[in-house]
Each structure stands twice: as structure tokens, then as C-alpha cells.
Design a protein around this ligand. Sequence first.
Ligand code: CMC
Length: 430
Amino acid sequence: MTQDRLLVTDTRTGRQYELPITDGTIHATDLRQIKVSDDDFGLMSYDPAYLNTASCRSSITFIDGGKGILRYRGYPIEVLAEHCSFLEVAWLLLNGELPAQEELDSWVALVKKHVLIHETTKKFLEGFRYDAHPMGMLISTVAALSTVYPDAKNVHDPQVRRKHIVRLIAKMPTITAYCYRHRFGLPYVYPDPELGYTENFMNMLWRLLEPKYIANPVLARALDILFILHADHEQNCSTSTMRTVGSSLADPYVSVAAAAAALSGPLHGGANEQVLHMLDEIGSKDKVPAYIERVKRGEVRLMGFGHRVYKNYDPRAKIIKRTADEVFAVTGYNSKIEIARELERIALEDEYFVKRKLYPNVDFYSGIIYEAMGFEPRLFTVLFAIPRVVGWLAQWDELLRDPEQKIARPRQIYTGHAERRFVPIQDRKK
Ligand code: CMC
């Protein structure tokens, strides 16, 4: 079979080139042969914000943004959210296959074994101001774990990688719970090995004087579903950060800390917290049209709307919307859902949003559920980070096994001065 090729004519030289097309892409380095002279560096592609650049081959997550499809390892997200537990999905993302019962049991047991954090890490957490944002605390604490586990630097050893992947997945809820309780001056609650992943997280967050904390099963399952939905999302900003930092062979703790820092921004995982602030600012359903006008005038963005890849309804948002009703049946109605539904209704009919294909994304409804469940908005992005650590680590592991990968190092178009004459300080003008 003949290979598909792209025929390119360089009008600067009149030369023609044939560039192989593989998997719907041309190799950017194939452009380098296109030169105007021998000492020319060669043609580069310019793609700020990576709008049209594939940076890796990955077999983990598939998204069709136009059709609103999301699959982990080939399984539709809707099916996984309905039938699986979060740790089952974590195994799938990390290993490529759904676990058999025996595999799942030993995986769950292994994660449980690693939930404790070192007592010095607890002291580290105590050093934060009482009102420190939990996302800043999480990022710093995960980075600090790098000092607790120096062997994690041995990133070329698959067994070492696996050990620290388990540790990170196991410890994220513990660190988060400690960050939360620190703010209220509450004593830290040690993990309860009898509880499942989400139930134990809720126990560490909210247990007070009761001898045993029993989470409401509907809420624990809702949290588990939310964790499944957030577990991976291919090459988004934080995952690309994980891969970039990981490509320098930095250890997984500092790499995850960097990825979490990327997640914290309001355009990425920080959006869920911003949605709640936005709904508070709007205040009531009748104020929605005026707010939409502000969005259209470019004064504010409609947080929780729009996506780089989805140009259709985010499939995760659909599942979250359904889960909201189950949560409200337990917690009572949260009036913010009315404002959110009205925002969605008006936005989906409005030409501004229709033309730009702006639909609710995963963050639009998640905050409302989290709040109804008793989470404060400051914790929302951390709730995103807990499950996303699985995706970051699966992608990091894939990166380190990929012979095509090297240290990430983009090029630039230099727009500064050509060489200049040095001026001694006494001769410089202000
Ligand atoms: N509200 C109002 N206008 C918007 C919005 C929005 N939320 N999102 C995009 N637009 C407009 C934007 O102004 C631009 O209009 P124009 O063509 O007239 O300049 C057009 O739509 C394209 O926007 P863009 O900024 O070029 O799109 P992008 O792909 O660079 O940005 C995004 C994607 C998610 C950053 C953006 O849609 C946004 O800022 N959304 C709000 C923040 C948010 O909800 N983030 C969570 C993303 S999903 C979870 C995650 O992965 O973290």
C-alpha cells in the first residue's frame, strides 16, 4: 500500500516536498528539510497553546469533541460511571484492561495499605496559615513527598514507578482531608482501613466524635462517580504539564505537584470553584439574562462553559446533571441549581453561545453537587485533583515507556533585538 503524502510547494524557492502522512498527521520535524538556503534552520510550525499539535501517541483516553464522546481505554464514560468503582477505573487507566475480581480486591487492598502519610508530612501541613487555600497546600505537600521518598527518582524502573503511583493515589485523599481540617483547627482523622476509598475520604474529612463515621451510601457513590468522570481527559493543560515535567525525568511527586499547579488555574480545574462564585454573584434566576448580557459584552466569562476540545455537550456534564438529582434527594434542594439550569437554558438558545459552540463543561454542575454534599468551594479543585492524579500518572507511565519521547523542548519565534552593543552602567539612560 502506498503511503499517503502531503505535497508541499515552497513558493520562496519553487521546490516541492513530499511529507508522509501518518495517523492524520505530518511529522513536524519533516518540515525542517524545507529551507531557503543551506544555513537556514528549516521550516517550523507555529502553534501557540497547541491548538493543532499532537505531542504524543496515547492509548489511554479517546475524545471526539464534535460528537461529545469520551472513552477510557475504549470504554464509554457513561458505561464506566454506571457500572464501576473509581478504583476499578483507576486500574483500567493504569493497566489498559478492566480488573478481574481478584485483581480488583488486591488493588483495593494495596491502595488501603498506603493511605497513611508520614508524621513529618503532617507537621509540614501544620505550618500553613489557618486560611491557606487547600489547593496551594496540596501542591506544596505533594511536592514535599518527594523528600520523603527519594527512591522515586529512579523513574526508569517500572516497579519503582508502580510503587509510587499507588502511594500517590492512596495519599491524595488523606492530604486533602488534612488540608481541610487544618482550616478549622480540627484534629486530623486517621484513615479507617475498613472503609472504601470515597467513604474513607469522607470519614477523614467529616468525622467528629462519633466512634465510627458512616457515609451516606448515595453520597459516597455520587462522589465515586464524580471521581470516575474526572480521572483522565487526555492531553489537557495539567496532563501536558505532567508529561513536560516528567520528560525531564523529574520524580512523580514534583511532577504531580506541577500538574496540580496547572490544574488550579480558573480556566482549567479552578473553574468549578469560580462557577459557585458566579452563581452567588448572580444571586437569583431573574438576574440570569442580565448576566448573560455581561458575558456577551466580554465583561466576564461564563464559567463552566466552553471547552477547547468539546464543541458539543461535555458527556461528563450530562452524567453530573443526572447525579445531581440523586444527591439532592438526600441533601435537599440546592437553589443554585435553578440559576445554573436557567443559565444553561438561555445560553444554549443564544446566538453568541451557539455560534461559538459553547456548552456546559464538567465544571458547570460539579460544584453545585459538591456544595450540596457539604464541601466548601475552596475544596472543589482539590476534589478534581484527587482522581485526576490517576490520569496524570497513567500518562506519565506511558511517556516513560514511549521510545519516541524525549525531554519536552518547544521552539520559539524570536522577536527580540538582534545583537546589541553593551553600554556600561554609567552611560545608560533611564
Ligand atoms: N464564556 C464566554 N465566552 C467564551 C467562553 C466562556 N466560558 N469560552 C469561550 N468563549 C468565547 C471566547 O471569548 C471566544 O470568542 P471570540 O471568538 O469572539 O473571541 C470563543 O468563545 C473561543 O474561545 P477561546 O478562549 O478561544 O477558547 P479556548 O479553547 O482557548 O478556551 C476554555 C477553552 C475552557 C479555556 C474557555 O472556554 C473558557 O475560558 N471557559 C471558562 C472556564 C472553564 O469553564 N474552564 C473549564 C474547562 S473544562 C474542565 C477542565 O478541563 O479543566
